[in-house]
Each structure stands twice: as structure tokens, then as C-alpha cells.
Ligand binder design. Structure first.
Ligand code: AMP
Length: 125
């Protein structure tokens, strides 16, 4: 079944400028801003500007330009935070999807977490 995108989600409102955000980086295809409830010293969310629910929706439906622009934004944020492996101590990217992924906001977002040791990848359920 096709994904249906609800344009009343909170990140859609951020993209429309209806609610504020703490922007880290922006290009034509993506916006990166600080998570309101950070779970690490650096916790940034990168979202595409297009209406995509989750990563597989984006990967299958977005244009090449959107995919490049979004991916480049992740790279730029890593540079801005100084966390890239050749310059910093590393980071983790997470993209939650659906019920088992415990996705709260149904607009694709990649979390970039950094600034402390982040532990193992998954906690036991
Ligand atoms: P997820 O569980 O992957 O859907 O994560 C949603 C994330 O959005 C959480 O880490 C929230 O803290 C974050 N969040 C929710 N509302 C806002 C907001 N207005 N500005 C920034 N981050 C937010």
C-alpha cells in the first residue's frame, strides 16, 4: 500500500515556518535543526523538504536531486558539528520508521547523535 503523508505533522509545520526551530543547516532539499529533547550533547534532525513519511518512502519516491540534496545535508551537518571520523569522535545516525521503529513524527528524519559515547546500537526490547 502507498504511504499517505499527513501535512499536519510537526515537521511539516516547521517547514512551513508555522513553528520555530533551531536551524543548523539548510539547502534546497533539506533542513537540519536541533532536536527539542536532545538525547546527546549534539542531537540534530535532518529532514527532506518533500512530503515523505519515512526512509523507504523517500528512497523509492524522491527524485535523484532530492536524494543527493538530503544526503549532502547529512554530510554538511557532520562537518558543522565537527564529528566526522577524520576530525571528531564519531556519531550515530538513526532513522526510525513505523510502529516497530517507534517513529513518533511521520515525516522522514535522520537523527544525528554525537558528543558522548553512545553505547551499543540497540537496547533489548
Ligand atoms: P522519532 O521518534 O524518530 O519520530 O523522533 C522524533 C523526534 O522529534 C524526537 O527526538 C523529538 O524529541 C523530536 N521533536 C519533536 N518535536 C520537535 C520540535 N518541535 N523541534 C525539534 N524536535 C522535535
Amino acid at each position: 500500500m502507498a504511504y499517505s503523508y499527513d501535512d499536519q505533522n510537526i515537521f511539516a509545520k516547521i517547514l512551513r515556518g508555522d513553528i520555530p526551530n533551531n536551524t543548523v543547516f539548510e539547502n534546497d532539499y533539506a533542513l537540519a535543526f536541533r532536536d527539542l529533547y536532545p538525547q546527546a550533547p549534539d542531537h540534530v534532525l535532518v529532514i527532506p523538504k518533500g512530503p515523505y513519511v519515512c526512509y523507504d518512502h523517500f528512497a523509492n519516491a524522491a527524485s535523484d536531486a532530492e536524494i543527493v540534496g538530503f544526503t549532502r545535508a547529512i554530510g554538511e551537518v557532520c562537518k558543522i558539528l565537527g564529528v566526522a571520523d577524520d576530525a571528531g569522535d564519531g556519531y550515530r545516525t538513526i532513522a526510525n520508521s513505523g510502529e516497530h521503529g517507534v517513529q513518533e513524527v511521520e515525516h522522514l528524519h535522520v537523527h544525528i547523535l554525537a558528543g558522548r559515547p553512545l553505547g551499543r546500537m540497540l537496547a533489548k526490547a
